[in-house]
Write a protein that binds this ligand. Structure first.
Ligand code: NDP
Length: 480
């Protein structure tokens, strides 16, 4: 098991040195509940050390590299990630419980982020601004300095790629606090960065608990930007802690994302997206489409086709590479089972089936509820499990009202052949990303991503992230 490891799981990286912590935390395999490894329980002192190391890197070799040189290093990291894709996929499958093929796709996405941000590092330019006679005015994009990255357990590699990749591209020095339930690929990535020539201290990785290490990073006065992905509750705590130091925060907090299916939709094209967007990564996806809004004329047909697809979904251990793996933990399983209990007044259209799943794994059957009202808790709250609700609607106006009637606003999908309706809905739906006749666009490293409302604020991914991970300086020269 985990033959692929080429680093010590119980170490952390601070200023280019791999260190052990004063204490360790257990890391469990969600597929069978077994102990996978002991990981470092990074302390608030370790976070302080990592922030200091990042400051040293900013003021030293890393800070002196040109944008082009930074880009070259990031591109090389991407190449090295590609060489280790199978190893990274295996580590992630054991650690997160992701089916192997999905873990592999995440590793490839990590490489793609590094390639993208490697190429983008020297492409973000300032402007010259026409001003009063006798002045030349221009702007410079500069790194914040030290950036803190607090990430969750659901897509460690992808979230490292999009946040650390963009931050490094702009010349920031990063302190990464991965989730205690899934930190192995963060450590593996840090090793790869060193092999690719990333200077010491440009990336520091301190695993540990959110309550100690995460909170210490969020409230550290020497950090100039925090990027957080996770729950609304913790995001609000992080924003409050950073606010004390007037530090800007990017929050990516999940959603309750709908897909709207109209009578004229191409159902054959839609069906795989309707199902996969809900059950991918066992539904533990911030952009999971957990609400499917269906126009009355095709409601029965869509329900029947989705139910048939659900009956064919198999759940099993990550390494067996079924459609769905276990949830990350018993804790997450208990949360999802609580939601399923809240649906006891609803009709289940279909459920998937278990396949050779060990007793101690955190497995939950994918469950499709039908005829759900828009205000039901299962249609309002983020479940973060393989659960979808079907909500019928009559008119376009009603569909928009239902779609916009949650606290969240991350992603929405529209399935219709009517071009004018596509344009109207793209404007009226409250979400940071809209997909027309698709959902997710294959991951979209290049596509700016983030939410409104309780889904958070700020944008990661794409070129847009580079604005978030930098600050603008205006220079006005008076020369007469
Ligand atoms: P959290 O939001 O608590 O965890 C996300 C990250 O924040 C982890 O690294 C965690 O550390 C860290 N953290 C926890 N507390 C603090 C704190 N006080 N200050 C700073 N950092 C902190 O998510 P959970 O793992 O508890 O999951 C609970 C729910 O959150 C899920 O059911 C789901 O609804 C939602 N969620 C949403 C995600 C998304 O992608 N939008 C991702 C994950 C969860 P550690 O885990 O090491 O303690």
């Amino acid at each position: 098991m985990l033959d692929a490891l080429w680093f010590n799981p119980n170490e952390m990286l601070i200023g280019g040195t791999w260190k052990t912590a004063v204490s360790n935390l257990p890391l469990f395999n969600p597929s069978d509940g077994s102990l996978l490894a002991e990981i470092a329980n990074g302390s608030a002192i370790n976070i302080d050390e990592a922030v200091t190391a990042a400051q040293v890197a900013r003021n030293g070799k890393w800070g002196q590299l040109s944008a082009t040189e930074r880009g070259r290093i990031l591109t090389k990291i991407g190449q090295k990630v590609l060489e280790r894709v199978d190893d990274l996929a295996e580590i992630e499958a054991y650690d997160v419980g992701k089916p192997l093929a999905q873990a592999r796709a995440d590793a490839v996405a990590l490489a793609r982020y590094m390639e993208f941000y490697g190429g983008a590092a020297d492409k973000l330019m300032g402007e010259t601004i026409p001003y009063l006679n006798g002045y030349t005015v221009y702007t410079l994009r500069e790194p914040h300095g030290v950036t803190g990255h607090i990430i969750p357990w659901n897509y460690p590699m992808q979230i490292i790629g999009r946040s650390v990749g963009a931050a490094l591209a702009m010349g920031n020095a990063c302190v990464l606090k991965p989730a205690e339930e899934a930190c192995l690929t963060a450590l593996a990535f840090a090793r790869i960065c060193g092999e690719a020539g990333l200077p010491d201290g440009a990336l520091n990785v301190v695993p540990g608990s959110g309550i100690e290490a995460g909170a210490a990073l969020a409230g550290n006065p020497n950090v100039q930007h925090i990027s957080f992905t996770g729950s609304v509750h913790t995001g609000a705590l992080v924003q409050r802690a950073a606010g004390v130091n007037v530090v800007p925060v990017t929050l990516e907090l999940g959603g309750k994302s709908p897909q709207l299916v109209f009578n004229d939709a191409n159902l054959t094209a839609a069906l795989p997206f309707l199902v996969n967007a809900g059950i991918q990564n066992a539904g533990q996806t911030c952009s999971a489409s957990s609400r499917i809004l269906i126009q009355r004329g095709i409601y029965n047909s869509v329900r029947d086709r989705m139910a048939e697809a659900y009956c064919n979904l198999t759940v099993g251990p990550a390494m067996a590479d079924m459609h769905i793996g276990p949830l990350i933990s018993e804790r997450q399983k208990a949360l999802v089972l609580e939601f399923l209990a809240k649906g006891s007044d609803l009709t289940i259209a279909a459920q998937g089936k278990l396949h050779d799943a060990p007793n101690n794994g955190a497995y939950v059957l994918p469950t499709l509820f039908e005829n759900v009202t828009a205000d039901h808790p299962l249609a309002q709250d983020e479940i973060f499990g393989p659960v979808q609700v079907l909500i019928p609607f009559e008119t376009e106006e009603e569909a928009v009202a239902i779609a916009n009637n949650t606290d969240y606003g991350l992603v929405a999908g529209i399935w219709t052949a009517d071009g004018a309706r596509q344009m109207r809905l793209a404007k009226s739906l409250r979400a940071g990303q809209i997909f027309i006749n698709n959902y997710g666009a294959g991951g979209g490293v290049e596509l700016p991503f983030g939410g409104i409302g309780k889904s958070g604020h700020g944008r990661e991914k794409g070129f847009e992230a580079l604005y978030g991970f930098s600050t603008l300086k205006t220079i006005a020269a008076h020369h007469g």
